[in-house]
Structures are given as C-alpha cells and as structure tokens.
Design a binder for this molecule. Structure first.
Ligand code: C6P
Length: 407
C-alpha cells in the first residue's frame, strides 16, 4: 500500500493554505493533478542547464536537450508497454491526440456513410472532432448507450457492430461517472467487426496500469497533466502500420525529410507528426512524472484510489439529499459526481471552497451525458494518490455545512 503521508510531502502545493489557517483539500485531480517536486525540479534543471532546441543543432546543449526529450519518450513507451518509442507521438494533450486521428487517419480512410461508434459518456474531446467530420464528410455516428447505473450497454454495442463500423472510439474511464469500461473486450469485439479502435485514456493512464499491447488497441490518447506531469504535452500511441500509412497532421519544421519549393518528403515516425518546436521542458517533466508513478507502482496507486473511492461513496450516500452518479466502486475509478437536492452544484462548490475544499462544478465537458441524466450540472470530487480518508471526511462535513446554509 502507499504511504500517503510520505507521498504528500512530495507535493509542495500541499504546504500552502488557501487562507490563513485553512489547508488545501484538493479533490479535483480529474481536471488536473498536482505536481511532485521531482517534476518541477526536472523542468527547472532543464531550463537552468540544458535549454536548447532539439534535433537541429550539433552543439552540446542541443544534443543534451534532444537526449532528454527522447529519453522521456522511451520512459513513456515503457510505461504503456508500447512495442517501440517510435509509436509514441508527442501532442499537446488528449484533445489534440484525438484530433490527430480525426484529421489524419479518419480523413484518409472514412467516406460518406461510414459508421463511427462512440459512447454516450464521452468527453467533448471525443465527440466534437467526429461531429466536425460528420458535417464535412457525411460520416454517421452511433452511440453505445449508458445504462441507468452508469455502465455501457454492451448488447446495444453488439447491435451497432453488426452495421460494420469503421472506427470505435471510446473513453476507458468516464470523467463524470468514473466508470472503468471493459476496454479489452470492447476492442476485441470492434476488431472482430473489422473496425479500428481509439481509446481515450485521459483518465485511465494516470490511475490504472494500461498496457497497449494487452489491450490490443490501434490508437490510445492521454495527457501528462493528469498524471503528475506538466500541462501542454500529451501522447498519441498508435500501431506502427497505421501510423506509417497516415498522412501528416500539421506541416512545418521537423516533420520533413526534404523540402523543395513545391513538394516535401515526410520524416520518419514519430517526427512525421511533430511539426515545429515541441514542448521540450514539458517532455522532460513528463518523463519525470512517469518515473515518479512507476516508483510507486500503478497497482498500488489503483488500490489506494479504490479504497478512498469506496469510502467516499459510502460516506456521501449517508448524507440525506445527496445523489452520487455512476456505478458502484467495483466498476469505478476515483470520481464522485453528485448533486445535493435543492442546491445548485456551483453553490456547493463555492461554499466548499470557502473551507479550502476544491471540487469542480458544471457539466465537466460531458454535456450529452448530463442531459441523459436530466441534469444541467453536477459537483464532482475526484481522488488521486495523495488523497486521504480524512479529506473525504472534511468533504462530507463541508456538504453538511452547505445543507445547513441552504436550510
Ligand atoms: N477532462 C475534467 O475535468 P485534455 O484537456 O485534452 O488534457 O483532456 C481532455 C479529456 C479527454 N477525455 C477525458 C475522459 C477527459 O476527462 C478529458 C479532460 C477534464 O474532466 C478537463 S475538462
């Protein structure tokens, strides 16, 4: 098990108070995680010692910066068990990774009438790129329904598969319901039906052991900032043969082998998809974040989060008027989206904030899912490796305080 008290010492932000005498209770890691000192120091050291542009110079700093950037890629490849680091493409975030597939693979492979299967629990990042393509190309969108208890309806999925989809793109873990979807099974069924798969792993890679080869997925997207790393960098993993066949996404420096006035030849993978000066310091920080998570062990992190989530669900459900959305802890990661009868979710979040408790309120970029449950918004508490049961207790006391204030 994790020694959470020791882990908390790794995160400088937990030393601050939100106002004199009020400590920070950070329950918003689903939006972005906090950063351990090791990540902050790795980026600081890069700027102090090694800052240069990569892949372009022969001087010492350029070589050092290039090595640090590429070493981080190798660490990330190992972290998700990618067969090769060339299959790990740096992007800005999960959103850009999904858009890369939509702009490059999908525009080269999909035509009017082709079916793309999504789910009703998708983040807008895995809806809007396909809606844009629907408007542009006339592709069709099909949605795996979400059941009342927050799970995917796999029978309906099988019915959709019988229509011969070209792509199945789905979230591994919902950022609202917390549902951990049976990704390996969804992928296996998609492949049997001849479809390509894309996993939105924004919420799974930070919290669970994700092995791209065991999953067998064609593409997988995630962001560093949700896994103790910096903002501004993410990854698209893809199968080699698909990535090799895909046209470039953005054009410019570094993604080319040769340029003439009227033509160009693309660079090898992964550089074909990394146009322009990339987020170098962020890659270094990303590598340090992966080192940090690996040193603690993803199984231990997942077990800790499971324990906190089970406890949080138990305690929240005790409160009269609180409704928690999503499945039981058995099928759920560390997310508890809830409503409190008679109080707007924003008011709940604002009053909790007065006691230093940070939760998110709104539709969490999953508006269709909220509509499905007839809600404009929810309040959402989310948990990561540094959260404790004591913080859950403070959340619960805070909600009782909200109830008192609103009579
Ligand atoms: N969800 C949340 O508070 P980016 O912003 O590109 O790093 O990640 C987008 C994204 C994609 N898929 C899922 C399942 C997500 O949860 C997110 C980000 C944050 O829930 C910010 S809206």
């Amino acid at each position: 098990m994790l020694d959470v008290n020791e882990i908390r010492k790794d995160f400088p932000i937990f030393q601050r108070e939100t106002k004199p005498g009020t400590r920070l209770i950070y329950l918003d890691s689903t939006a972005t995680s906090q950063k351990p000192l090791l990540v902050i120091e790795a980026m600081d050291a890069y700027y102090r010692r090694s800052n240069a542009n990569i892949h372009r110079g022969v001087h010492m700093l350029a070589e050092e910066a290039t090595s640090l950037y590429e070493e981080a890629r190798v660490k990330i490849a190992r972290f998700i068990n990618a067969p090769s680091a060339h299959q790990v493409i740096y992007t800005r975030n999960t959103t850009e990774s999904i858009n890369l597939v939509a702009y490059s693979w999908a525009r080269a492979n999909l035509k009017s009438g082709d079916l793309v299967i999504l789910t009703e629990m998708e983040h807008h990042s895995n809806l809007v790129p396909w809606q844009i393509l629907q408007a542009e190309r006339g592709i069709e969108l099909g949605f795996i329904p979400v059941t009342e208890d927050g799970l995917l309806d796999l029978d309906e999925y099988k019915t959709l598969l019988s229509r011969g989809p070209k792509l199945v793109s789905f979230t591994h873990m919902s950022n609202v319901l917390g549902t951990i979807n049976p990704a390996a099974e969804i992928i296996r069924l998609a492949h049997e039906a001849g479809a390509v798969t894309l996993v939105d792993a924004a919420q799974s890679v930070p919290h669970l052991k994700v092995d791209v080869q065991a999953l067998g997925t064609d593409f997988l997207a995630f962001s560093a900032h949700k896994m103790c790393g910096p903002t501004g960098i993410g990854v698209l993993y893809g199968k080699m043969e698909l990535l090799e066949a895909m046209p470039p996404f953005l054009g410019g420096g570094d993604m080319i082998k040769e340029v003439k006035l009227r033509s160009f030849r693309t660079n090898a993978l992964p550089y074909k998809f990394e146009a322009g000066t990339p987020a170098i310091a962020e890659a270094v920080g990303f590598g340090a974040a992966v080192d940090y998570l690996s040193s603690l062990g993803m199984d231990a992190i997942a077990a800790h989060e499971h324990e906190i989530t089970e406890y949080a669900l138990e305690r929240l459900e005790e409160i009269p008027g609180v409704n928690v959305f999503g499945p039981s802890a058995q099928h759920k990661g560390g997310v508890a989206a809830f409503t409190l009868d008679g109080v707007h979710p924003h008011d709940v979040a604002q009053i909790l904030d007065q006691d230093g408790i940070a939760v998110r309120a709104g539709h969490h970029c999953a508006q269709p899912l909220h509509e499905k449950f007839g809600l404009p918004a929810t309040s959402r508490a989310s948990f990561y490796l540094y959260n404790t049961k004591e913080e859950v207790d403070l959340l619960v006391s805070g909600i009782y305080k909200v109830k008192e204030l609103f009579g």
